[in-house]
Design a protein. Structure first.
Length: 218
């Protein structure tokens, strides 16, 4: 039977294609507000292979790659640059939730559960997991693995941790704005988890040279 183009068009209009699948995470369906519980945030942050605060500096629209210049490595072996799948946009995408963030920023709340939009010149806190052949961001759906850092472009970076060894003594500039303080608090949380792991295993340290706190035999 011959079917005309008009008939095909009419059938398509009557039965439109379903919209792209909305990201759904089983664990979140059991969580209040469809957000990650704070205790789960702590556990999963601990499982990131590398954590770095970095600036998005360039994008290849053909390859779909964004390149980052590291500002500070918080975990893992330092590298001169980080490249991630993504696109450059001309707008900020700041997370409006309280710290610690319990859900990905708005760009990741649609589509495949991960934010892949970055504004060139902006800083991001990247929680990466090394997984061969896969995007190192795509390991924790609907989670704050690549949140934009608050603060003005060109503004001097405030100290994130004081020189004092005691955990909890932080040197935050008195004139830091509220948004910057929120972001520093989030970076502090990552540092807290890092030092907690170090206390649990004194043989390790962030730089890998074994300068962790030594446990007494007696």
């Amino acid at each position: 039977m011959i079917v005309s183009l008009f008939t095909i068009a009419a059938l398509a209009a009557a039965n439109p294609a379903p919209p792209p699948a909305v990201c759904s995470v089983g664990e979140l369906r059991q969580s209040p507000g469809y957000r990650w519980r704070v205790e789960r945030i702590e556990e999963l942050v601990d499982s990131a292979s590398r954590v770095v605060r970095a600036t998005a500096v360039a994008a290849d629209s053909v390859a779909g790659i964004v390149r980052f210049q590291p500002v500070e490595w918080l975990r893992g072996a330092p590298a001169p640059a980080v490249s991630l799948p993504g696109i450059a946009v001309d707008r900020d995408d700041l997370n409006g939730g309280p710290v610690p963030y319990q859900l990905v920023r708005s760009a990741g709340q649609r589509g495949d559960c991960f934010a892949q939009e970055y504004r060139l010149g902006a800083q991001y806190l990247l929680l990466l997991r090394d997984q061969p052949g896969r995007n190192p961001i795509q390991w924790w759906p609907l989670a704050p693995v690549n949140e934009q850092v608050r603060g003005e472009i060109g503004e001097p970076d405030p100290p994130l941790i004081s020189d004092e060894p005691s955990l909890g003594h932080r040197a935050i500039r008195d004139d830091a704005n509220r948004g910057k303080r929120r972001e520093i608090a989030r970076v502090r949380a990552v540092r807290h988890h890092q030092r907690r792991q170090q206390r649990q295993d004194p043989r390790t340290s962030p730089d890998g040279h074994g300068h962790g706190r030594q446990e007494s035999d007696g």
